[in-house]
Structure formats: structure tokens, C-alpha cells
Design a protein around this ligand. Structure first.
Ligand code: NDP
Length: 502
């Protein structure tokens, strides 16, 4: 088995080094860490150098079959007998273990995904802990109801039951925390899971699953099947033994999943792409709004489903806002995630680097004006997938950079005059994930919140997430909600029980 040189070795904790030396990453099936049946592996790459990082066993259809069977056996066996209080304890124990392993998980995430270590430590790991703690509170609060039926001598009540075996398909932009978005509610509701991380970033999922075992979850409650979407993911989606697919990723793959899941009418929740508008009215605190707008597109190198990728500024404030964002873009330190000075890391994969730089080229070719960026940042390691924070101005509605999700640090800015025009421009997209509005006028704020076709509207703030608040898409940004009790509903069935009382 090939082993690769460990990048940034001298900066890593002994625990991270021990984890990397335990690789190739195995599959977790029915509580056993095993190689795939065919023994094939795939390679994951370190994004700041483009060098191979690790080998991971690839789950084929036969491995997925075994993972689904293990999940079913756990569902019908030990997991069913576990009390709600014990489920709560297990979820809390898992959250505690993730918290204890924060440094190690953050290092693994940064090596695999490329994001700055400071971000992995401040955002990805703590938000994962919070999500499991939030959902740990739910098992003892999932209640049915007694229904006031009008048929004499009949008692009618509802039971809430788990949907069954859940296939959780995760992307590469927030690999660890998006696991918690799916597995938090899935496990709280009493389901079992087959987890498929993205092939670009499987490592934190492997370490996470080791912690699931350490926390004491019964064998088979969480199974791990790594591999490419078109092989491992497709096998999971088509599998007749899977009751629900919980997916985050592109709208294109969301569409494929809907078709492929039709065989046994799987339940679906799809959190898909976005082209979120960030709207600044002239009466806003423009400098605060512009700084937030920069954070909304350059955070996580723009690889966020809710990235504020279209900036709409009311004409009198347009130049001022653009100037502030441009200065911020110039100042951002782009570099390797393991370099403590880096504020923005590389993109996560070579393929994605090609996609994002292709969009930047198309913007230039279609006649948009480059305010800043559109070039490789200076002083970054060769071979890394680095892109400069980029701002386009003088854009038109028909340009690809305005219409399509780029998923990189690329902003398209345009002016508007009236609130109606802002709402029309903001809604002129097939997506509807999120939107930001900046104004000091409370009436404008509420009016815009009503007009915008988006699952989340942030007013005088952006990118606020909390485990209690639902998040998800309108239109082609998907359906179903993550977080809050709304998420839990997607992992529960309702059974209506009738009893003749005489
Ligand atoms: P995908 O939608 O392909 O990937 C998301 C997940 O789906 C990955 O685990 C992937 O596996 C899996 N997958 C891919 N094809 C299938 C399939 N046929 N059946 C089941 N699972 C599948 O995103 P990409 O990585 O290709 O990124 C493309 C674009 O998607 C980005 O540029 C961005 O616009 C958008 N995106 C949006 C995200 C969001 O948060 N909403 C997250 C990621 C991407 P694998 O990667 O191993 O092939």
C-alpha cells in the first residue's frame, strides 16, 4: 500500500500524526474497520501543494450493500432497544469527545480541505460540537399526540418513529460540520446511518467515526462508506434498503438523486447550491455592510452554499461599498491553511480550481470589469489551488458569473435604484438559499424580508447559524431544512394508532 509523505509534519500534534500513520482509511461496517471487498483505494490531496496526502479504501456497490445491511440490523436490534435518555447520553458523549479532540480534528480538516487552521478551530469543530449537543437534547422530547377524533369509543394517538436507514451524503466544503447537520437529527430521532463523505475530504469523517465507536454507539448505528459519488454515492442512493437520503451538494447532483431515489420512494432532504444576493441600501451603515459583504464571499474561500456571491448596492452608496470591499480583498492574506498568517486558504481540489478559474476567465471574456483579483496570488506554494479574492463590476444579467454558482471567492457587483428593483434582481435566479439586507429603515428591512425568495434572510448581519434555527432552500436550492426541530421532522415518520375502547 502506498504511503505518502506527511505535509507540515513538524506542526502537527502527535495524535494527528498517529491518525495519518494509521491510514489507509478503512470502511466502518457493523462496528468493524475493514478494507473494501475489492481492495481498491483512492487518493486524497493536500490542497496547498497539490501533493498526495492519504489513501482511503473505496466502497463499491458490494460494500455499500454490507453497510446498509449492518445499518438495518442495528436498527432492528440493539438501537431500537436503547432508551431516549441513553440516546441523549451517547450524543453528549460524542460531542464531548469531539471537543476533547478539537486540535486533532481541526488539523485533519485543514490538511484535507485546505481552510485555515484558525477557521477549522474556531468554526468547524466547535459548530460540530454545538450541533450534537443541541440534538442530544431532543430524544426525550419527541412526542406524539392524542387526537380529538369524533368517532365514539375510539382512541386515536400518534407515535413518532425513525424513518429507518439514512444515507448521508456530505460535500467537501465543511466536511466535519456538515456530518453533524445530518447525523445530529438522524441519530436523535433513532435512525441508523450510512455516511458517505466527499472523495476529496474523507479524513475527518474517518476520525469522527472512530469517536462514534469510542462513544459507545452500538455496532452498525453509524457506518462509513468512502468513495466517489458516481460509484459509492450512486449505490447508496439506488439501494432498496435505504429509507432516506440526506444530501448536501450541487443542484445538478440533487436532481440526479431525486431520479435515482424513485425506486423505493426514498425520503429526501436536499440542501443544494445558491447564488445569494447581498443587498446594501444607501441608508445602511455602508462600511459595516461592505466589510460583512467581503466576509460573506471570501470566507471559506467562497466555498459556502450561502456565499453572498451577488452584491447589489443602492446607487448612491455603490462606489463607497465597492471601494471598501476591494481594499479588503487586496488585504486578505492568501496562503496554506497550516500557515498561521493565512486568512484564506486554497480551494479544495484541482478540479474545483479549474472550475473557479474558468468562471473568472469567462467573466473577463464576457466583458465584466475586474476591480480586484482574477490573478494567482503572489507568494503561494506552486501546485496549490490558490485563487485571489476577485470582484467583478459592470456585469450583466446574462453573464455566467452572475447566473451560476461559482463556489469560489468571486463577487459580481451591480447597482440598483429602488427596493422593487433590488428584489427583482435578487430573485432573478433559480436558487433561493439565502439573502442579506442592510438598511437602517425598519420598514424596508421587513418589506425586503417578505419579498426575497430565500430560505434565510439576514438583516444587518450575514452568515448567522445556530443549531436552533432552520436553514434550507427555496426553489432549486433544495427542500427540507437543516437544524432546529424542522430538521428532526425529516428523520421521523408519524404513525396513527386507533384503539376501540369498547
Ligand atoms: P457534488 O454535488 O458532486 O458533491 C456533493 C456530494 O455528492 C459528494 O459527496 C459527492 O461525491 C456526491 N455525489 C456526486 N455524484 C453523486 C451521485 N451521482 N450520487 C450520489 N452522490 C453523488 O459537488 P461537486 O463536488 O461536484 O461540486 C460541484 C459544485 O457543487 C460546486 O462548484 C458547488 O457549486 C456545488 N456544491 C454545493 C455545495 C453546498 O454546500 N450546497 C457543496 C459542494 C458543492 P464525490 O465528491 O465523492 O464524487
Amino acid at each position: 500500500m502506498t504511503t505518502h509523505a506527511i505535509p507540515y509534519e513538524s506542526q502537527l500534534t502527535p495524535e494527528t500524526l498517529a491518525f495519518l500513520r494509521r491510514l489507509p482509511g478503512r470502511l466502518l461496517i457493523g462496528g468493524q474497520w475493514i478494507a473494501s471487498v475489492a481492495g481498491r483505494t483512492f487518493t486524497t490531496y493536500e490542497p496547498s501543494t497539490g501533493q498526495p496526502l492519504a489513501e482511503v479504501y473505496q466502497a463499491e456497490a458490494e460494500d455499500v450493500d454490507r453497510a446498509v445491511a449492518a445499518a438495518r440490523a442495528a436498527l432492528e436490534g440493539p438501537w431500537r432497544r436503547i432508551t431516549p435518555l441513553e440516546r441523549e447520553r451517547l450524543l453528549h458523549r460524542l460531542a464531548d469527545l469531539i471537543e476533547q479532540r478539537a486540535q486533532e480534528l481541526a488539523e485533519i480538516e485543514t490538511l484535507d480541505n485546505g481552510k485555515p487552521l484558525s477557521a477549522s478551530k474556531a468554526i468547524d469543530v466547535p459548530s460540530t460540537v454545538d450541533m450534537f449537543r443541541y440534538f442530544a437534547g431532543w430524544p426525550t422530547k419527541i412526542e406524539g399526540a392524542v387526537k380529538p377524533v369524533s368517532i365514539p369509543n375510539r382512541l386515536n394517538y400518534t407515535l413518532r418513529e425513525p424513518v429507518g436507514v439514512v444515507g448521508a451524503i456530505i460535500p467537501w466544503n465543511f466536511p466535519l460540520s456538515l456530518i453533524s447537520w445530518k447525523l445530529g437529527p438522524a441519530l436523535a430521532a433513532g435512525n441508523t446511518v450510512v455516511l458517505k463523505p466527499a472523495e476529496q475530504t474523507p479524513l475527518s469523517a474517518i476520525r469522527f467515526c472512530e469517536l462514534v465507536c469510542e462513544a459507545g454507539f452500538p455496532d452498525g448505528v453509524v457506518n462509513l462508506a468512502q468513495g466517489p459519488g458516481e460509484i459509492t454515492g450512486a449505490a447508496l442512493v439506488a439501494h432498496p434498503g435505504v429509507d432516506k437520503i440526506a444530501f448536501t451538494g450541487s443542484t445538478e447532483v440533487g436532481r440526479l438523486i431525486m431520479k435515482a431515489a424513485a425506486g423505493n420512494l426514498k425520503r429526501l432532504s436536499l440542501e443544494l447550491g445558491g447564488k445569494s444576493p447581498h443587498i446594501i441600501f444607501a441608508d445602511a451603515n455602508v462600511s459595516q455592510a461592505a466589510r460583512a459583504a467581503a466576509g460573506a464571499i471570501f470566507g471559506n474561500a467562497g466555498q459556502s452554499c450561502n456565499a453572498g456571491s451577488r452584491l447589489l448596492v443602492q446607487r448612491p452608496a455603490y462606489e463607497q461599498a465597492l471601494e471598501i470591499i476591494t481594499r479588503r480583498a487586496e488585504a486578505i492574506r492568501v496562503g496554506p491553511g497550516m500557515d498561521a498568517r493565512s486568512e484564506m486558504g486554497p480551494l479544495t481540489s484541482a478540479e474545483h480550481y479549474q472550475r473557479v478559474t474558468g468562471y473568472i476567465r469567462s467573466g473577463v471574456e464576457q466583458g465584466a470589469a475586474v476591480r480586484v483579483g482574477a490573478a494567482r496570488p503572489a507568494g503561494v506554494p506552486e501546485g496549490g489551488y490558490f485563487v485571489s479574492p476577485t470582484v467583478f463590476d459592470q456585469v450583466r444579467d446574462d453573464m455566467a458569473i452572475v447566473r451560476e454558482e461559482i463556489f469560489g471567492p468571486v463577487l459580481a457587483a451591480m447597482p440598483f435604484d429602488t427596493p422593487e428593483e433590488a428584489a427583482r434582481l435578487a430573485n432573478a435566479t433559480p436558487y433561493g438559499l439565502a439573502a442579506g439586507v442592510w438598511t437602517r429603515d425598519v420598514a424596508t428591512a421587513h418589506r425586503m424580508a417578505g419579498l426575497l425568495q430565500a430560505g434565510t434572510v439576514w438583516v444587518n448581519c450575514y452568515s448567522q447559524f445556530d443549531p436552533a434555527s432552520p436553514f434550507g432552500g427555496y426553489k432549486q436550492s433544495g427542500f427540507g431544512r437543516e437544524m432546529g426541530h424542522e430538521a428532526l421532522e425529516h428523520y421521523l415518520e408519524t404513525k396513527s394508532v386507533w384503539v376501540a375502547t369498547s
